[in-house]
Design a binder for this molecule. Sequence first.
Ligand SMILES: NC(=O)c1ccc[n+]([C@@H]2O[C@H](COP(=O)([O-])OP(=O)(O)OC[C@H]3O[C@@H](n4cnc5c(N)ncnc54)[C@H](O)[C@@H]3O)[C@@H](O)[C@H]2O)c1
Length: 375
Amino acid sequence: MTSKPEIGIGLVGAGFMGRCHANAFRSVGGLFDVPILPRAEMLADVSEDAARRNAAALGFARHTSDWRDLVADPGVGIVAVTAPNVLHEPIVLAAVDAGKAVYCEKPLSVTAQSARRMMDAAEGAGVTTLVGFNFLRNPMIRLARDMIAGGEIGRITGFRGRHAENYMADPAAPHSFRTDPQGGGALADIGSHIISLARFLLGPITEVSADCQTLHPMRPVRAGETETAPVEVDDMTHALVRFDSGAAGSLEANWAATGRTMELSFEISGEKGAIAFTQERMNELHVWSGVPGRQGFTKIEAGPAHPPYGAFCPAPGHGLGFNDLKVIEVAELLNAVGGGPAVFPDFREAVAVQETVEAMQRSSAERSWMRVDLP
Ligand SMILES: NC(=O)c1ccc[n+]([C@@H]2O[C@H](COP(=O)([O-])OP(=O)(O)OC[C@H]3O[C@@H](n4cnc5c(N)ncnc54)[C@H](O)[C@@H]3O)[C@@H](O)[C@H]2O)c1
């Protein structure tokens, strides 16, 4: 039996997402028939101590406190960037320059200009790129897209999307990289997920009219401190959106939504039917159809009929989880790096998402409709 080739993974950052990436790289070979197998080669974190501890905990062979060493290391073939947003550009540009495949967390960067620099560099170098809009990997989202593309709900007449969480609902929730005035905020942080989902299902958003609001104007500078500093980003954005297809709708990003922990949801209506989804019940798709007198929303439960659910479980209704979406994402990355079809969403798609975010920010500042400057 010939063994599969391996590729070294370099992971920059070992927080919430770093752990999720590490888990996905560890699991993927047992679940998917990928052409190359990931090897946990090197982990970088902010200090020698953090890097050593996290490398040991997550099974990486080597560690460093300087991500430049990791990017330049000949044993690293894929650079996974799970560090704070403001660090994405320097790490990504160095990785692209070294000819590495790059798997970067969303948002790709803090500004569209910066994201475009990364896209241009990566496309110029011809390296594989992937951005972590993991919710697109849900088999129920793939099903919704197939149903819409196949005309099952007819011409699309409306879209209502929301990404609402509560992690900044408390005015005592401190500043973090997510409140960086250079491009953080609810819209960039989680609004980017609902924008990417809307684009995945219905195509490009071309025009927006938005209202960005800061609910808590001051926050503690750090956890547990009494000193406060002004907040310069949105806590909540509401937007009207128009799609290239002619469809229209609305969208909300809100990280101060009391009571909501993971409501990434949408309802899409068409002339013949409707589709509703929420990540809170990520293994269900609700579809409205039927003959008059028998119409209603039907619950479709995720199962092996909805690939790649069957890679995880042979029985329907048992359910996938958030981390499984990352495993699917990593499988598609390894397929692409191993010579298969290009993986999506790449840096070009991430630029389009960031441009949509910034058109909303401009619209709110100028109180008028804005066109989205798509790449
Ligand atoms: N796809 C998703 O669903 C999702 C969810 C959460 C976060 N994210 C994204 O993931 C990224 C990281 O977010 P998080 O929640 O994991 O943050 P986090 O604060 O939990 O982790 C960040 C990690 O980066 C490390 N770090 C900081 N400076 C560094 C440096 N100079 N060199 C190396 N490592 C450094 C920190 O020590 C920490 O380990 C962000 O871009 C965020 O938007 C994506």
